[in-house]
Design a protein around this ligand. Sequence first.
Ligand code: HAM
Length: 428
Amino acid sequence: MIKAVTGTKDILPSEINRWYYLENIVKEVFINFNYKEIRTPVFEETALFARGIGEETDIVSKEMYTFLDRSETSITLKPEMTAAVVRAYIEHSLGTLQPLNKLFYISPMFRQERPQAGRFRQFHQFGAEAIGSTSPLLDAEMIEMSYNIFKRLGLKDLVVKINSLGVPQSREEYKNKLREFLSDKKDMLTEESRKRFDKNILRIFDSKIESDQKIMKDAPLLIDYLDEESKNDFDTVKEYLTKVGIPFVVDSALVRGLDYYTKTTFEVISNKVGSQSALCGGGRYDLLIEELGGKPTPGVGFAAGMERILLACENENSFALSAPSIDVYLVKLQPGPETALSAGKLELELSRIASELRSNNISSDYDYIGRSMKAQMREANKLNAKYVLFIGGDEYSRGELLLKNLADGQQKTFSKDDINRIISEVRQ
Ligand code: HAM
């Protein structure tokens, strides 16, 4: 039997209402902050991500789904959206239409990571990118939007971590300090961290290994080496978050796994999802647009993992959804003695009435597999139908349809030629 590929999963009808619920909140919050949705293709030319995210990052060097298509073009399934959004921003000259573009997205992403709880090879992100302003208020806005979404989902056990990576110049100076600090400790680092020492020294802070962490505990902190502008911007972010009542911690080891960040970075962590605890992450990327061939333009954004968020909601029991329901289930009875209609004709009449209800936006369904009346009633209950409309039997012989309200058991009859009255009754 062929099964879904490792690290991918089906979202089944039994789970879909949770996804709708999440997606609706996401859209409401983004629209509330005046962000507009952008949809980009699922795959892009590989060079976009290699250049945008950074050749030395784990994503580019180990995790991308990259293949040659039939015309020998190197294609990659998007592992993240920022590079793709920036590509679209440059390609369509969005910056000439308006100086600041506030964009959001909801989309599948692909990374060949080791699957575990909260980590998949195809997963979904929602996120936002604001391109065209250096204002640190936008950095804070990203944190506020993510926090609002999590709060509206009922999540409580959250930690907002923020940091500033400064500008490349101050970061270089800091990296030299870090190299100096580690020079006589390098041999005690794990192999992975020794590799990072040469390629991407800041990422040593990401090591989960205790011996590495012990060494890094005493390392100089980037936050103490920030340039004046980064420092001021970071202060504004902190001040704004305090003013709007979003608790945060400054974590100077928060370096993030993508190379494009400058100044503010942040993550929101849930203590309810095990080791894959980052619900979202983001930050400023003031050099990326230029790097990808556009005019120098600042940007800031974040993205959140939807599977992880739903897992946190489940583990926190943060929201309950009422069972999905339909408005009307049509139940076919045997044709009455005086009905001229055959069973087949009656069925057609029932489907015509269902069609009329559906055209009037009354959700309806009926039996297609010849079930008994009892079984049809069981189905109506299973579907949580608000009403059952009976067609057939003695009523039908009299030219009437019987409508039963399943909540209170009340029954009413209607002329079979007056579906509009049934519609009004159901709408009440
Ligand atoms: P990221 O930290 O790589 O950032 O991913 C953002 C979020 O996506 C993570 O915090 C996590 O919730 C989720 N995520 C990542 N990988 C997986 C996975 N394998 N399975 C399930 N969930 C996952 C970015 O992608 C940046 N583009 C964010 C950004 C936007 N920065 C600026 N603008």
